[in-house]
Design a protein around this ligand. Structure first.
Ligand code: DAH
Length: 343
């Protein structure tokens, strides 16, 4: 082979190899190109090297120098391509990526303050042996009124004070009570459902939504939550009621809270009281309570001569607002994250 042919073969190969390395788009195509040009067994370089022997002795030195130059140029093109594709390990990793930097924390919502409050209340009452019970939000008049000793002509059943369902129309339920279904106006409904279901002793609380057509203001909202409590056994007294509520209040609001009962009236308790807590300098009403009325026991088939019990119903939002210093109930339901994220 003439020196001239040898040199032009190398020129052509060098160009081809550089182009192949530059255009390699991933580790695999780059490796295939490396084998093709620099491979030990059958690479193009090897073929050219073999032809050195057929060159005139006088020209060998020139040929050898060009061959070395070829090797280093092609090797350099290969190294450049490797760097471009992400280094020797071929992971494609961005060299500007610093794996030791702390990650960006994804924002994953959090639990609504009213839900947090209910979980807390359930925990406190659970420690006193109260189990959680549930009832439907769409109720029939038997559970919302009749069994709770609220007769047909009672003002609490006024359509202006309740969300009766238009679609359910009127009908009779399994108790043959006439009237439309409604969104429950109190969690006292769950007292009836629990007592219909099982025999004393009973010790339950029920936390959930209730609905009343009140115009929203700082202390009213057409949907809110109540915590209902019911304890039925033999020889239950008003003193038991007061103790349970005091333990509850000190657990939830703090040791310096005081409790006060004011005489009141509810159709489903006799006697009935209004429950106030003295906290941070003022008395605040949190709900109603009393000894379960014998008429209620009769409605669910309990013998009022044998059993006695107490019940209470407290406003969950009030408790939540007092504890956290929230002054407007509407803030809880505005959906404004700047407010909600504080809890
Ligand atoms: N259900 C009553 C209301 O919504 C609150 C209440 C009062 C519940 C006395 C009771 C009770 O269990 O004994 O206003």
């Amino acid at each position: 082979m003439s020196l001239q042919d040898f040199l032009s073969t190398l020129d052509g190969l060098e160009e081809e190899a550089s182009a192949a390395f530059e255009t390699a788009c991933d580790a695999d195509t780059l490796e295939a190109a490396r084998v093709r040009f620099l491979g030990q067994k059958s690479g193009a370089l090897r073929d050219v090297q073999k032809r050195m022997g057929s060159i005139d002795k006088a020209d060998r030195k020139t040929a050898g120098m060009r061959l070395n130059q070829f090797k280093s140029n092609v090797q350099e093109a290969l190294e450049n391509a490797k760097t471009r594709l992400g280094g020797d390990d071929s992971t494609g990793a961005d060299p500007t990526f610093d794996p030791s930097l702390p990650g960006r924390r994804p924002s994953i919502g959090h639990i609504h303050p009213v839900t947090q409050t209910m979980t807390h209340l359930m925990e406190i009452m659970g420690r006193m042996g109260f189990e959680a019970a549930e009832g439907p939000e769409v109720e029939d008049p038997w559970h919302n009124f009749v069994a709770l000793n609220i007769p047909e002509d009672h003002p609490a059943r006024d359509p202006l004070d309740n969300f009766y369902l238009a679609t359910a129309a009127t009908g009779t339920n399994d108790r043959n009570v006439e009237g439309s279904q409604l969104l429950r106006s109190q969690t006292s409904t769950v007292q009836i459902r629990v007592m219909e279901d099982k025999q004393p002793p009973i010790r339950v609380i029920s936390l959930g939504r209730v609905y009343r057509p009140d115009a929203p203001d700082a202390t009213h909202f057409p949907m809110f939550h109540q915590m209902e409590g019911l304890l039925v056994d033999k020889n239950v007294t008003m003193a038991n009621l007061k103790t349970v509520l005091r333990v509850f209040a000190t657990n939830y609001l703090g040791d310096d809270v005081e409790i006060r009962f004011r005489p009141s009236f509810f159709p489903f308790t006799e006697p009935s009281v209004e429950v106030d807590f003295f906290w941070n300098g003022s008395w605040v009403e949190f709900g109603g309570a009393g000894m379960v009325d014998p008429a209620v026991f009769e409605a669910v088939g309990y013998d009022p001569e044998v059993y006695s019990g107490f019940a209470f119903g407290l406003g969950v939002e009030r408790l939540c607002m007092r504890r956290h210093g929230i002054t407007d109930i509407r803030d809880l339901y505005s959906g404004d994250l700047r407010f909600l994220q504080q809890f």
